[in-house]
Write a protein that binds this ligand. Structure first.
Ligand code: NIG
Ligand code: FE
Length: 411
């Protein structure tokens, strides 16, 4: 199956040489071709260039993209998309003035979602999650990471991870699974956090490894949740089972989580709303990707990750949604990109690099998605007619996407 896109107003994020990620000043550069063509064959990008070089060949379909832009589909490297029900009650508590911490302390928060998930069958959980996945695909997401962490028991964590696996088996979108057993201490282990950590390490990890249910291991390293020592214990155990760290750090407090991540070669450290000088320093010259989650800051009214300081320090930055029922009930990467520009002062070019190739790197998928490169997956966003790529963040809240292609197929 060959599809030829012609008269593309602008083809964005074209990279003839493969790259892993972009950092610092490079993030401002978003290479593109104006008045372009793009040829895809089956699931892969085959050829692209200026219209004057467009090949004259027999194809199955020609799509005229006059006035429209084509770019790689979004790469969302941090979500908790598999969850049960919702936390709309807490949403109202929040409007009435309670903080995230106060809601958690009165029995809401992650434990509330864990109770709901435990009471939900695997089939129901799959159906609920599938609806969210369909929605984010229609909003342009072409690769996604999904975490466990609302189970908090042997059975329920496995239920979540098996639902993620089922989505992976049934969908064309690339899905990476992360084991986040250390998301909160469940009620049953209220006074025995170490006992819970041992359950994760001695009982869950061997099954996860045996059934190949996760690639990454995560911990909510935060005051009141898991300490740096707990984090190191879990990361070390995860690594023994072949899982790579990708962790929640510095959402509310800077307690050394970034340093722990770097020490254990984390692929990414995510959140980073609260950053000290030592946290920036720890990330320099490492392979660990900082990840910002601006819709979480927006929803919780907490500080935004200091993107300018991160990038101006020469570091890379990825953007992701954090889609979850408690701190970010939205999986819309277009909104993330808009919020990054509007609130974090990233340029559209920086935000798009952060939401494509850098997000791909933060999932270990940089060789297959995240740029328009020959041989990569044909995971594409075809926009409606728009003025320029800046229209996506500029017209925040409107949907500029006309069509999404995953593995070369129209969604
Ligand atoms: O990434 N911060 C920890 N975990 C999620 C939120 C969890 C919840 O409130 O359900 C996050 O924001
Ligand atoms: Fe998260």
């Amino acid at each position: 199956m060959k599809i030829l896109f012609v008269n593309i107003k602008e083809l964005i994020q074209v990279r003839t040489e493969p790259i892993s990620f972009v950092s610092g000043k490079e993030m401002k550069e978003l290479p593109s071709i104006k008045n372009a063509f793009l040829l895809i064959e089956n699931d892969l990008i085959k050829q692209f260039g200026v219209m004057t070089n467009c090949p004259n060949l027999a194809v199955d379909k020609t799509i005229d993209a006059t006035g429209k832009i084509i770019m790689p589909a979004w790469c969302d490297s941090h979500t908790h998309l598999v969850y049960a029900g919702n936390r709309e009650g807490e949403f109202v508590d929040k409007i009435n003035g309670l903080s995230y911490e106060e809601i958690a302390n009165k029995g809401g928060g992650i434990l509330n979602s864990a109770t709901k998930l435990t009471a939900t069958s695997a089939d129901d959980l799959y159906q609920q999650s599938k609806e969210r996945l369909d929605e984010v695909i229609s909003l342009g997401t072409g690769a996604i990471e999904i975490k466990s962490g609302y189970g908090l028991s042997l059975e329920s964590e496995l239920k979540m991870l098996r639902v993620i696996k089922r989505l992976k088996d049934n969908y064309p979108i690339a899905i990476k699974a992360t084991f986040l057993g250390a998301h909160a201490v469940p009620k049953k282990y209220k006074d025995n956090k170490d006992g819970y950590l041992q359950l994760l390490i001695t009982e869950l990890l061997p099954i996860i490894a045996k059934e190949n249910l996760a690639t990454y291991i995560d911990v909510f390293c935060e005051t009141g949740y898991f300490s740096v020592a707990d984090t190191e214990l879990i990361l070390k155990a995860g690594q023994q089972y072949g899982l790579t760290p990708k962790i929640h750090v510095n959402q509310f407090t800077s307690i050394g989580g970034v340093q722990a991540g770097v020490k254990y070669n984390a692929l990414s450290v995510d959140h980073l709303e609260v950053m000290k000088y030592v946290d920036f320093e720890a990330l320099k010259n490492t392979k660990t990707m900082p990840v910002a989650l601006p819709s979480c800051s927006y929803y919780l009214s907490i500080p935004y990750t200091p993107a300018r300081k991160i990038i101006d320090n020469g570091l890379p930055l990825a953007l992701a949604t954090d889609y979850n029922p408690g701190s970010t009930p939205s999986g819309n990467m277009n909104f993330v990109v808009a919020t990054a520009c509007i609130k974090m002062k990233m340029t559209p070019e920086e935000a798009i690099n952060a939401a494509t190739i850098n997000g791909a790197y933060a999932m270990g998928l940089e060789k297959t998605v995240g740029t328009i490169t020959v041989g990569k997956k044909a995971n594409l966003i075809l926009t409606k007619p728009i003025h320029s790529i800046a229209s996506i963040p500029y017209n925040f809240g409107s949907n500029k996407i006309e069509q999404v292609f995953l593995n070369g197929k129209m969604m």
